[in-house]
Design a protein around this ligand. Sequence first.
Ligand code: HAM
Length: 439
Amino acid sequence: MINKMKGTEDTLPIEINKWHYVEEIARDIFESYHFSEIRTPMFEAVELFKRSVGDTSDIVTKEMYNFKDKGEREIALRPEGTAPVVRAYVEHKLFGPEFPQPLKVYYMGPMFRYERPQAGRQRQFNQLGVEVLGTSNPAIDAETIALAWDFFQELGLKNIKIYLNSLGKTAERHAYRQALIDYFEPHLEELSEDSQRRLHANPLRILDSKDEQDQAFVKDAPIITEFLSEQSLNHFNQVQEMLDILEIPYQVDPYIVRGLDYYQDTIFEIIVEDDSIGAQSTICGGGRYDGLVEQLGGPNAPGFGFAIGLERLLLLLDEQEIEIPVEDNLDVYVMAIGQEAQGTALRLVQAARQTGLTADRDYLDRSIKSQFKTIGKYQTKLLLTVGEDELERNVVQVKYLASGQQKEVSMDEIMDDFIGVFRRHTMDTSVIDKFFEGE
Ligand code: HAM
């Protein structure tokens, strides 16, 4: 037997309704904010992620699925969605006047990171992300954070919290970086191995180390806010004012840094406060990346976005016992009794499908009893039965299973009218009553 690869998941038919539910709510909300969908390839040139996510980031140094293809090209399965969207933006010149400005796009799909798998952390996982390109207006920061917040509210998530920070511009971050090196260097020996390695490569990352020993030093480390220019502070304050106007709760946390190099100014994370999904409590992360478009060969176009980890979100919905409607998807079941009735059953089931109803029948020669079990499983609405007697008289028995109402209908009526009636009224109870009461 060949099993699935470590860190991957199969989504089985019995759980797909959860995905559909979350995706549908996401699409509705994204569209109400006037975002359009974009789809980019699953793999890209490795160089794209090196130049954007960063040469020294964990994602690029440790977690990337990269390989040479048969044409000797250096390829990576995408570890995230922002760099591919920016690449597409530059490549298709989506900054041009013929496209809506700013460009507001969303995406859903698998990303790949070679991480140690555990609950809520896979090697292939799905992100739901948005990107806004072409403006540095702080209103975009606030409204995009509001979008993520609205989405979680609509799903009914509890105990979630927004953490906000600003990383300032490159020069400010450089000064801060140096201050961090100066601060941590005397304690080098006492830091965790990871942090020792990061001290010169990426000292900001020490700030979100989970290591207890590191945290003892982090709590007195210099904070970025002291290094921000007036312009950056102004931007950050405006974002906060707008979140206040929208009454969206958040907490400023100067030690949030994010693990990708392209950020500047506003960054944020949305965390689940209870331990329902264990260590993997960040369900959404994002921020501003004003230099990235230029870095990837485009114009000086600012950007802002976020991504949500869908597996984590679904785990959380389970943990918080949030009810997800079951897809109740069988309008009509056609039961043929005896070999002779098979042809008629075929005609009936197809007629129902062609009018837009969901319809099914038996293909396994199952007994009537076991067919009834199937019907129960799907919460079937209408049962159409044809046996020898019905065939002879050219009729069909119709039963509305919820109420037990039953009626014999001629085959002609069924084909010409009945199924059409149900389609037009999408099985409204008043129509059903009328039908069975013989009006
Ligand atoms: P990120 O923080 O690397 O940001 O990932 C965003 C979210 O994806 C995380 O908060 C988490 O919920 C989920 N996630 C990440 N890795 C895994 C994994 N191995 N298994 C399951 N879920 C995972 C980004 O990817 C940025 N591109 C977000 C962004 C968009 N920034 C601006 N625009």
